[in-house]
Design a protein around this ligand. Structure first.
Ligand code: UCC
Ligand code: FAD
Length: 585
């Protein structure tokens, strides 16, 4: 024994110190802002019932679901194209944990809760909170959940016509044996952003009024789905189609027939991806797929936009939840890791770094709640015209802003574990791999910045006017609280700068606003999140941390578009110089 103590690294020994690992705790109970938000907004009876469910579900996450998520990561799907006898089968083989995720998603009502409307206008927000807790443990099953939710929304908004009633029942089922997931097939080789120019798929009318689809879908995620919504161009007897967005219609199809055979679909290959490896994402040849047209001819994009609203909200959930998870694990680790004579949590510089991450994560959470709250109002016919305008604007805004910030925060989060943050078997690198996609799918940052402009232009400025009055009303509340008044004033100044900027726009050339779109969207997001943080901090039940967070947020440049304009970033000259800079050889 004595010799062992003297020589800890001899023979088979590998030293006596083993770092205690970060532990996943009850994510509901550990989330002060989430608890505060629910307390502030939900009626007490609803709060009590919902809190019990979220507490129970969070325990299930720790005890069961988190390990399943890890299993999905370790056992990515495979494509079995041929069977032993050489027949083409195109089976997408997923692991048992992925299948279990489907079952428990139904059991927990992760889609159903939004459509049962048990809690009236709060139903949507409560569903979103549950998925927010689930997301980082879900092994990316949140991807099919998002599309399933989006498909249910499209069907509901079409008034659940007869051929779709059964599909709606399956998408919103709580019985795992009845539950269906949906895909969302929009992207073709020529374009995922420019869907109008990129869609080559044609739809041929059949005698019975259905269609057959012929085309090639370049990205289809969670392709093990039961059904999908997709876009195609109706082709007439002369073989002619209408080009552009006016030629696109929306179709519904089942992926397999009653015997389990693929419905005119060939799975060409599975994508080899940076992240989201848990999700089967495939290239599909549509070779006479039987489908039903569910939008008027030429209204495909407008009709699928309801799906985009939902999936973009889910993207925001993924971003906010990923940030929260890495911080919660990081702060547990900081209480365990001992360096330079004290725990990491006692090194002020380390905690400053984490506090900055926390500010971003809290901002993302509040804008997520705001979109969910507004959507809940809209879905229960309780939304005013202003609420609807705000929902249209904040949906792309929240997606583009939080997606981008989540990449930065989660990257910083990995660093907070030092070398261990880079080690696959800690499970941490997957968080970073998976977050990168949030800026790309469901519309890239630039495309969504242009969508923000589209929403403003289409409403003839009403969307923007609503934004100004909503942000201002929130800031006025904070103005009356002494600890917050200076920050509220700063945010009001930023709002004034933004107003000034938008008043100038009319005088500028055509490309000016296009060049300003991203900075403009960031300014809207920063100001609105600031107003949400300040409003929350002004609540009588707010904590000292809530107040500090709101103050910190307001210290940043909340209106970057103004400074960039003064610097001439959006001029025709800058446009030419940007090109010169990028292409200099
Ligand atoms: O990427 C995918 C991933 C699947 C996985 C899901 C996971 C979710 C998160 C999970 C978290 C862990 S699926 C593919 C997603 N693809 C996109 O997002 C496409 C990106 N591109 C765009 O968004 C473009 O802006 C397009 C495709 C919408 C532009 O198309 P058009 O045809 O050029 O657009 P138009 O002409 O501007 O719009 C046509 C109509 C107009 O209505 P009308 O005709 O009444 O004036 C628009 O107002 O569609 C309406 N519209 C919208 N309405 C267009 N966008 C919207 C919108 N966002 N909301 C409401
Ligand atoms: P492009 O449009 O070629 O964009 C390239 C770059 O150009 C981007 O930075 C973009 O911001 C920029 N850009 C494009 N147009 C403009 C403009 N007008 N102004 C300024 N900048 C511009 N699609 C589906 O339909 N279903 C799915 O299930 C699905 N799953 C996916 C899963 C994964 C893992 C990934 C990575 C993608 C998936 N996609 C899916 C596709 C995804 O939606 C598209 O890749 C995305 O919308 C971008 O389209 P694109 O690839 O054609 O890029």
């Amino acid at each position: 024994v004595e010799e062992d103590l003297r020589m800890p690294f001899s023979h088979a020994k590998i030293g006596n110190f083993f770092q205690e690992r970060p532990k996943l705790g009850n994510q509901f109970l550990e989330d002060a802002l989430l608890q505060g938000y629910l307390k502030k907004h939900l009626p007490p009876v609803v709060l009590k019932e919902v809190s019990q469910d979220l507490d129970r579900f969070s325990l299930r996450l720790v005890e069961e679901i988190d390990a399943l998520g890890r299993e999905c990561e370790m056992n990515p799907p495979k494509l079995q194209q041929y069977n032993a006898w050489g027949e083409r089968v195109d089976d997408i083989v997923t692991c048992a944990a992925w299948k279990k995720m489907k079952e428990l998603s139904a059991e927990e009502g992760l889609v159903a809760a939004a459509y049962e409307r048990k809690y009236s206008s709060w139903s949507r927000l409560i569903q979103v909170v549950k998925i927010y807790l689930y997301s980082p443990s879900a092994g990316l099953f949140t991807c099919p959940i998002a599309m399933t939710d989006g498909a249910a929304k499209v069907i509901e908004s079409l008034g659940s016509p007869t051929p779709l009633q059964a599909a709606f029942r399956h998408l919103t089922a709580r019985d795992p044996s009845d539950f269906w997931t949906s895909g969302q097939w929009m992207t073709e080789r020529k374009g995922g952003s420019d869907v109008a120019a990129g869609t080559e798929t044609v739809a041929r009318l059949q005698k019975d009024g259905t269609y057959t689809l012929h085309g090639y879908k370049w990205f289809t995620s969670a392709t093990d789905a039961d059904m999908t919504l997709t876009l195609g161009r109706v082709i007439d007897d002369q073989g002619k189609t209408v080009q552009g967005t006016r030629g696109l219609s929306l179709f519904y199809l089942k992926v397999r027939d009653a015997d389990g055979n693929l419905n005119g679909i060939q799975v060409q290959r599975l994508k080899d991806k940076l992240g989201t490896r848990q999700v089967p994402t495939a290239e599909l040849l549509l070779d006479g797929v039987k489908a039903t047209r569910i939008s008027p001819e030429g209204r495909g994009v407008a009709s699928i936009s309801n799906m985009l609203t939902i999936t973009r909200l889910h993207n925001t959930i993924g971003a906010a939840a990923g940030m929260r998870r890495v911080i919660n694990l990081g702060r547990d680790y900081a209480a365990k890791r001992f360096v330079f004579g004290k725990h990491l949590k006692d090194h002020p510089l380390h905690i400053q770094t984490m506090a900055r991450m926390e500010v971003e994560a809290r901002g993302a959470f509040l804008i997520l709640m705001e979109v969910a709250r507004l959507l809940g109002l809209e879905e229960t016919d309780m939304a005013s015209e202003q609420d609807q305008h705000l929902l249209r604007l904040l949906t792309p805004l929240a997606k583009l802003y939080t997606g981008k910030q989540a990449v930065a925060v989660i990257s910083e989060g990995l660093e907070s574990f030092g070398g261990q943050g880079y080690m696959e078997d800690t499970g941490l690198p997957g968080l970073l791999r998976d977050v990168q996609v949030l800026t790309i799918w469901e519309g890239t940052t630039n495309i969504l910045s242009l969508d923000v402009l589209r929403s403003i232009i289409k409403s003839q400025g009403q969307v923007l006017a609503t934004f100004f009055s909503a942000a201002e009303a929130k800031l006025q509340v904070a103005l009356d609280v002494s600890e917050l008044s200076k920050s509220a004033e700063r945010a009001l100044q930023a709002l004034q700068q933004l107003k000034h900027f938008t008043n100038q726009v009319g005088k500028e050339g055509e490309s000016f606003m296009e060049l300003a779109a991203r900075d403009f969207s960031y300014s809207l997001a920063k100001i609105y999140i600031g107003s949400l943080l300040l409003e929350h901090a002004a609540w009588s039940g707010a904590s000292e941390a809530d107040i500090y967070c709101a103050v910190r947020w307001s210290e940043q440049d909340l209106c970057p578009v103004s400074k960039a304009e003064v610097d001439g970033n959006y001029s025709a000259e800058a446009q030419a110089l940007d090109k010169l800079l990028v292409y200099e050889r």
